[in-house]
Design a binder for this molecule. Structure first.
Ligand SMILES: *Cc1c(COP(=O)(O)O)cnc(C)c1O
Length: 431
């Protein structure tokens, strides 16, 4: 199967050229230079709506907390603000950006790990809801402020994910609080005067089957039951986290969204009634699911190098621009934006400009015969793409463009050489 199987309705080929929601990818690359992230507004909206509407078929009190770290561009946040989404923020910076994008604090849930006291103060001043990740964090918070509402991140002892680094629950995970301490956390909060409560888990990322979500939810709900029984705590919300996967390989099957909703909400409603948990809101926190396939990374072929063993395409995007292949061994579909009609007849390694051997976007990839100057489109680059990019090797970060119905706008300027000096000071003795 070819990577073209992963094109979505907003990525079309016309006369052999890739169009992104009606805009020529060649024109964008010409106008804004490469590497360039291109985001499709309509696809973001569609992903959000599909998920929200599917969940709403089963329960009225559902809210989606878009996990901002997948893509924190202000325009993306504004699109989702307009859709009625809420925000899962993992740093004060994400809270700051979400507020700038127009989210009110009551629509922001902060879930941090290893949180400093001054960060806690910032969160309190920002009036966002805090989801604590350790007893220490809770104690430090309660020392200077008793919030009206608090949530606790539970480690449900079941994790899952596309890579070890992306499993965020279970025995070896640094995230969340284990059951015994969870009880203690709610006891402490209630004694301090907290009056409203939520409970939370997030088990991992890139999950394409329903089972792990169900197993973990079962555990979380049983812990909620215990808290309800032992401490008479009522939950205003139960947050089942994100992690909904998206296929990156042509042979992968998408998460069965209907099955996910039917089984997860079925279980939720059954246990909520059985455990006498009232009528809590159900939250989920997808990041990747909302933005992943709404983003394309355009990168130009600079150089072709043929060695006795390999054929390398040297492109202008390396792991400074898209780190997922180097960091997780992730597969990203790649198509040739100016040769969409050509047959795949060569096998290439696609390599970036970074001086590290691990700087490969793809290994052994079947592609049409490539010439220098061809434009590659790396698909599924909307999540954990720009947001994980860096200036490594002193390469300025690339730009971002938003397209909608044949129109486009630059939503982040490409950095320049002066950006490399930003914040640097030379001490007096070196001047
Ligand atoms: C990263 C993260 C998410 C989103 O994960 P996805 O795999 O992008 O859906 C949700 N909740 C928390 C707490 C996270 O850290």
């Amino acid at each position: 199967m070819s990577d073209k199987a992963l094109l979505n309705p907003y990525l079309e080929s016309s006369d052999g050229i890739l169009y992104i929601d009606g805009v020529s990818s060649l024109e964008l690359a010409e106008k804004f230079d490469t590497p360039l992230y291109v985001l499709v507004e309509n696809r973001i909206r569609e992903n959000y709506r599909r998920l929200y509407q599917t969940l709403r078929r089963y329960y009225e009190k559902v809210r989606i907390y878009y996990s901002a770290k997948a893509n924190t561009n202000l325009s993306v946040l504004k699109i989702l603000e307009g859709e009625g989404s809420c925000i899962d923020a993992v740093s004060p910076g994400e809270v700051f950006l979400a507020l700038k994008a127009g989210f009110t604090p009551d629509r922001i849930l902060f879930t941090g790990t290893s949180v400093r006291d001054d960060e806690l103060k910032f969160l309190v001043e920002s009036e966002v809801t805090i989801n604590v990740d350790s007893l220490s964090q809770l104690r430090r918070l309660l020392k200077f402020h008793v919030p009206e509402i608090i949530s606790v991140r539970v480690n449900p002892e079941i994790g899952a994910g596309h890579h070890e680094h992306c499993i965020t629950a279970g025995r070896n995970s640094k995230f969340g609080i284990w059951e015994e301490d969870v009880v203690e956390a709610y006891r402490l909060a209630r004694e301090a005067g907290v009056s409203r409560f939520g409970i939370h888990m997030h088990i991992g990322s890139g999950i394409l089957t329903v089972e792990p979500f169900i197993l973990a939810a079962e555990k979380l709900l049983s812990i909620a039951h215990r808290i309800r029984r032992e401490l008479d705590v009522k939950f205003e919300f139960i947050d089942l986290g994100g992690g909904l996967g998206v296929p990156y390989r042509p042979e992968e099957k998408p998460l069965d969204l209907d099955l996910y909703a039917e089984r997860l909400l079925g279980l939720f409603l059954k246990r909520v009634s059985e455990y006498d948990l009232g009528e809590p809101w159900l939250f989920i926190e997808p990041g990747r699911y909302i933005v992943c396939d709404a983003g394309v990374l355009l990168t130009r072929v600079n150089t072709i190098k043929v060695t006795p063993y390999r054929k390398f395409l040297g492109v202008d995007a390396g792991f400074n621009t898209l780190i997922r292949p180097a960091m997780y061994g992730s597969y990203h579909p790649i198509v040739v934006a100016n040769k969409m009609d050509w047959r795949n007849e060569e096998t290439y390694d696609v390599a970036g400009p970074i001086c590290e051997s691990g700087d490969l976007l793809a290994r052994d990839r079947r592609l049409p015969r490539i010439s220098e100057g061809d434009l590659l489109a790396v698909l599924n680059a909307g999540a954990y793409g720009f947001s994980m990019s860096s200036q490594y090797n002193s390469r300025p970060r690339c730009g971002e463009v938003l397209v909608k119905d044949g129109r486009y706008a630059l939503i982040r300027r490409r950095e320049n050489l002066n950006s490399l000096l930003s914040g640097q000071e030379v001490p007096s003795w070196l001047r």
